[in-house]
Design a protein. Structure first.
Length: 225
């Protein structure tokens, strides 16, 4: 079986696991808590950052660990084999004499309840055909001429073109689609967005009153995992 390939964005985070002490691994396992009212990778990292080596980007590591957990079935089986495969990956820099210890630490981390639930959240919210990445609107002034263009501009129209960037199938690649909008369309779009935000605020309040944590990872900034 060929060595496991690690996506480039997760390599540094997984390499940093090798720099942790047993005590720091224990801190991560015992203190990561996904029961706060709002939860993201940054929120989890903030819970333990002061007790982890300053050289470690804890947010980056937590996100990388969550990406591994999504490779496991829902019952979590196979964590030991996955940890061993990661330790032997040629994409990381784990010395041969430390791979067994690395795999043991990694297994403990990817079976941590808080990381397991946030990994599931990150997977569920991006399980779509297209996941938003960014948007931009270009505004054009389009002149209208008669059949004889030398007679000058007779009319002009204002046109907005929205460029929507998205991740197809939740992948890291980015595709784009262009949509033409006039002023009326933009005003309608604004009303639709304001209504959607109001509904999200109402549902967020409902979750808060029900003591159900809300996953708040910013995919506009980071993209899918």
């Amino acid at each position: 079986m060929p060595p496991l390939q690690i996506p480039r964005r997760y390599r540094a985070g997984l390499d940093s696991v090798d720099t942790l002490t047993d005590a720091e691994v224990g801190v991560l396992v015992q203190r990561l808590d996904a029961s706060a009212s709002e939860v993201s990778f940054k929120d989890l990292a903030a819970q333990v950052r002061d007790e982890i080596s300053a050289e470690v980007d804890v947010t980056e590591m937590v996100e990388a660990l969550a990406s591994l957990i999504t490779l496991l079935p829902e019952d979590g089986s196979g964590a030991e084999i996955l940890a061993q495969d990661v330790s032997e990956s040629e994409d990381l820099h784990i010395p041969a004499d430390r791979r067994a210890a690395y795999a043991s630490r990694l297994r403990a981390l990817i079976t941590t309840p808080a990381l397991t639930i946030v990994a599931r959240a990150s997977e569920v919210v991006t399980e779509h055909d297209k996941v938003f990445h960014d948007a931009r609107i270009f505004t054009d002034l389009r002149p209208v001429f008669e059949r004889d263009p030398t007679r000058g501009v007779k009319l002009a129209g204002l046109v907005g073109t929205m460029k929507l960037d998205y991740h197809p199938g939740g992948r890291r690649t980015i595709d784009s689609v262009f949509v033409t909008l006039d002023r009326g369309d933009l005003e309608h779009f604004r009303r639709v967005v304001e209504r959607a935000l109001a509904k999200m605020d109402a549902l967020s309040q409902l979750l808060k009153e029900s003591d159900v944590p809300r996953w708040t990872e910013n995919y506009h900034e980071h993209g899918p995992t």
